[in-house]
Design a protein around this ligand. Structure first.
Ligand SMILES: *[C@@H]1O[C@H](CO)[C@@H](O)[C@H](O)[C@H]1NC(C)=O
Ligand SMILES: *[C@@H]1O[C@H](CO)[C@@H](O)[C@H](O)[C@H]1NC(C)=O
Ligand SMILES: *[C@@H]1O[C@H](CO)[C@@H](O)[C@H](O)[C@H]1NC(C)=O
Ligand SMILES: *[C@@H]1O[C@H](CO)[C@@H](O)[C@H](O)[C@H]1NC(C)=O
Length: 764
């Protein structure tokens, strides 16, 4: 039954996702495109594979610090310079060998994988690495702002136990504040002791008790200090993690995502919970979509968290990527949480279970004072009730805290639904950063989402006018890394308008926007719907609010160029090119027309005499993603074909192609003339002939149905691998032939319009 429900909701999600062309990115930029337009630059270390495992972006010093396998880098982020310095940092002598002896892998485990890079004081960073399963930390001198110092005293190394995990592959989260380090990790060799730690600084080390009620196989994703109000005594450190959900009861292996927190001024209890957290509480983070029969589909596994900080430092927006853990289908969602909702859950009832045979419910008894989860502060430290420190808390409070760490009410996302859902996609969503961008009509949160295949999606989610339905617009899909590789870290720099994208292969610095890419016309700029960009009267350029420029055209919400660009000179929209294509009677012919945006739909008109009609499509005349295909050309097909794209209510003429149909005798005559060797090389002609043959073969395979791609047809027919390979190689040959035909044509372009010799014009 459960499986059935999942399947149903999966189907629902799938149909929702495929129903619209809008899930297709408006612009796809390849690795080459990004490099050639200076949109992206890559650093991949000086010694082959960098095995990047830690990143710290230092906006104050204009430096990017990287940690990898036995290595640390410092990159200067000057406007021109890209100077780098490195520190070789292997495990301590003997540790690599010891690690190998315990049966660990010499390459992927028995090295010093740097997991932590945090600013420590005005001149030093704190760096910690796995040290071949012997965690270690060191201070790195990075100098003051303006100088490029990067040194480490190899003798001044201390134990990193409790600061980073032993195993380089284990999840881990940390936050550094007030000279103290907060970590969520497994702190032992075997990776079983899951714990939230506080270390360094003057106070004694704090940790969670070993108790599955508190933490049950947690996978830590992020940790952040977030103040509650102006009283610093109320500062709290929040941990975001996924763990086994005890309260889910009978459902074996079910997991929930949590937000947990401790008070920064927690020093543990006096008699109970000595040096253990006395303020730790946690609540569930829900991210789900409604399914059929009122059963929601839950995204339970947390993948990444980004805190979108605003002027109000107490109330950042929490963006989180989730995935499903179902075997039935793989889906991803982005949910956004407000701090107010998180605090409300923590102020609500505690979850309670009377005994093994009871149901979980809200605790309805008397909660001791000070309420567990509340930090000792001026409020709790009143005459007669002097609780100035957690050491003053009564034992009853500590006992209650220990037995009731979970809140009863979960935290729901803003608007009670994800801002983005993706299912049935050939990649995974891994990392997220968000930029709040000022636009003409308000601000937009632009999400940059890193996938496991080396791409970054730039996405905005718009809430529909009066409906709750979200409209998700994928503005760009950027292939940041040359080969598919999982993106493991992302840092955004609003200051330099760039995002730093990390993968095992290296780090890419990618600009947040490049408005020129969208095109040279007002309409194209407007259709892009990119909050960073606007039409300034002559080009698509960066939109800057408060600028004196009078002329700014932008329409993110509707992308309606008809309204925005109506007074723009018509030449702006005229991206047409007039062409002539020759086809032979009874043979096939192709009129090419590909819109810049994959979201646009194309219609074809044909002009004969003074009439313009829409082209009638059937088995013989087919509209494909690449253009108009005549499987058999008739004499009456002659005419001027107009390719029109339509996107968001805006229509644009992309091309005008005059089709001339050659009849038998003319063709024979031409062939004869050609064969006499009047001009062309034999080779070029052979290429033309060959391409025609392949094309016909492909057409035979496709058959009469109106399907754009051989591949797609193949999938539909469940054809076997062998056949698919055959089609693939055929397509490849077809493309090669097309290429040589193009070369041949350009060689003869001079006489192209006079002599109808280009018989194989389908790739024009
Ligand atoms: C990219 O940067 C290089 C060096 O700064 C410059 O010469 C080149 O013109 C730039 N290319 C583009 C497309 O902006
Ligand atoms: C920063 O910390 C390092 C390591 O403890 C210490 O050597 C250095 O003097 C400190 N610098 C400042 C400016 O406090
Ligand atoms: C297609 O054109 C070629 C070359 O002109 C000719 O040999 C062939 O018979 C034509 N095919 C049809 C179906 O007319
Ligand atoms: C095309 O086919 C028609 C009917 O089959 C035939 O009458 C005509 O001669 C053919 N033309 C050429 C050039 O093959």
């Amino acid at each position: 039954m459960k499986g059935f429900t999942l399947l149903c909701s999966a189907a629902l999600l799938l149909s929702a996702a495929s129903a619209t062309k809008l899930n297709v990115p408006r612009l796809r930029l390849s690795y080459k495109d990004l490099l050639s337009t200076n949109r992206s630059s890559i650093f991949s270390g000086h010694h082959g594979q960098l095995s990047l495992s830690a990143v710290f972006l230092d906006e104050y010093r204009d430096r990017l610090f990287l940690g990898g396998k036995d290595i640390l880098y410092s990159l200067l982020l000057g406007p021109t310079s890209s100077e780098s310095k490195e520190i070789y940092w292997p495990p301590l002598p003997g540790n690599r060998e010891d690690c190998i002896q315990t049966g660990k892998d010499p390459q992927t485990e028995c090295a010093n994988f740097v997991r932590l890079l945090q600013p420590y004081n005005r001149t030093h960073l704190l760096a910690c690495g796995t040290g071949a399963f012997q965690p270690m930390c060191a201070f790195i001198s990075v100098g003051h702002r303006g100088e490029h110092v990067f040194t480490m005293d190899p003798l001044n190394v201390e134990s990193g136990r409790g600061k980073v995990p032993h195993d380089p592959s284990f999840p881990f989260a940390s936050a550094f504040s007030g000279g103290e380090l907060y970590t969520g990790l497994t702190a032992d060799f075997l990776g079983r002791d899951s714990v939230i730690f506080r270390s360094m600084g003057g106070r004694s080390t704090m940790r969670t008790e070993t108790d599955q009620k508190l933490l049950h196989d947690p996978k830590f994703i992020a940790a952040h200090l977030i103040p509650d109000n102006d009283d610093r005594d109320n500062d709290k450190v929040y941990f975001f993690f996924t763990e086994k959900a005890t309260e889910a009861g009978d459902r074996e292996g079910s997991i929930h995502t949590r937000v947990g927190r401790v008070c920064a001024n927690d020093v543990g209890g006096q008699r109970v919970l000595v040096n253990k957290w006395s303020t730790f509480i946690k609540a569930r983070l829900v991210c789900s979509v409604p399914g059929p029969h009122g059963i929601d589909t839950h995204f339970n596994q947390l993948e990444d968290v980004f805190l979108l900080r605003t002027k109000d430092e107490r109330n950042p927006d929490v963006y989180a990527i989730f995935s499903t853990i179902s075997n039935v289908f793989q889906g991803f969602a982005v949910c956004v949480y407000r701090m107010a909702d998180i605090r409300e859950a923590f102020n609500g009832p505690f979850a309670h279970k009377e005994g093994p045979d009871y149901q979980w419910g809200a605790y309805e008894g008397r909660v001791p004072y000070p309420r567990p989860g509340v930090c000792p502060s001026k409020i709790t430290n009143q005459p007669g009730r002097e609780f100035g420190s957690t050491k003053d808390f009564p034992d009853s409070v500590l006992q209650f805290a220990r037995s009731h760490p979970l809140m009863w009410r979960p935290v729901f996302p803003a608007l009670r639904q994800p801002v983005l859902v993706k299912a049935n996609i050939p990649y995974k969503l891994k990392q997220i950063v968000v930029d709040r961008v000022e636009a003409e009509d308000g601000h937009y949160d632009v999400m940059f989402i890193g996938t496991d295949s080396g791409t970054v999606l730039k996405v905005i989610a718009l809430q529909g006018g009066n409906s709750l339905e979200m409209e998700v617009v994928t503005l760009e899909e950027l292939q940041v890394f040359k080969v598919p590789t999982p993106i493991t870290s992302m840092e955004i720099s609003v200051k330099r308008q760039a995002v730093f994208v990390g993968s095992p292969a290296g780090v890419a610095q990618v600009k947040l926007h490049r408005c020129e890419t969208y095109g040279k016309a007002c309409a194209e700029c407007c259709l892009a719907r990119d909050p960073y960009c606007a039409w300034d009267g002559s080009s698509c350029s960066r939109y800057t609010p408060n600028s004196k420029r009078r002329f700014r055209r932008q329409d993110i919400r509707h992308g309606n160029p008809v309204l925005q660009c109506v007074d723009q000179s018509p030449e702006d929209l005229d991206v047409t090119e007039d062409k002539v294509v020759y086809g032979t009677e009874n043979n096939s012919t192709f009129l090419e027309c590909v819109p810049r945006s994959p979201q646009a739909t194309v219609t074809w008109l044909v002009q004969r005499d003074d009439r313009k009609d829409e082209v009638k499509l059937d088995d013989r005349v087919m509209s494909t993603d690449q253009g108009l295909l005549f499987r058999r050309l008739f004499r009456h097909d002659e005419g001027v074909y107009i390719c029109r794209s339509r996107e968001h209510g805006f229509t644009q003429v992309l091309g005008r192609i005059t089709l001339e149909v050659l009849q038998g005798e003319t063709v024979d005559e031409l062939m004869a003339r050609d064969n006499a060797g009047l001009s062309d090389s034999f080779k070029d002609r052979a290429a033309l002939g060959q391409s025609r043959t392949w094309f016909k073969d492909i057409m035979q395979l496709i058959g009469p149905s109106n399907l754009p791609h051989v591949e797609e047809y193949c999938e539909r027919m469940w054809c076997n691998d062998k056949l698919r390979r055959k089609h693939k190689s055929m397509l490849e040959k077809y493309r090669q032939a097309q290429e040589s035909a193009r070369k041949a044509r350009s060689k003869n372009s001079g006489e192209r319009n006079r002599t109808p010799r280009d018989l194989s014009a389908w790739e024009e």
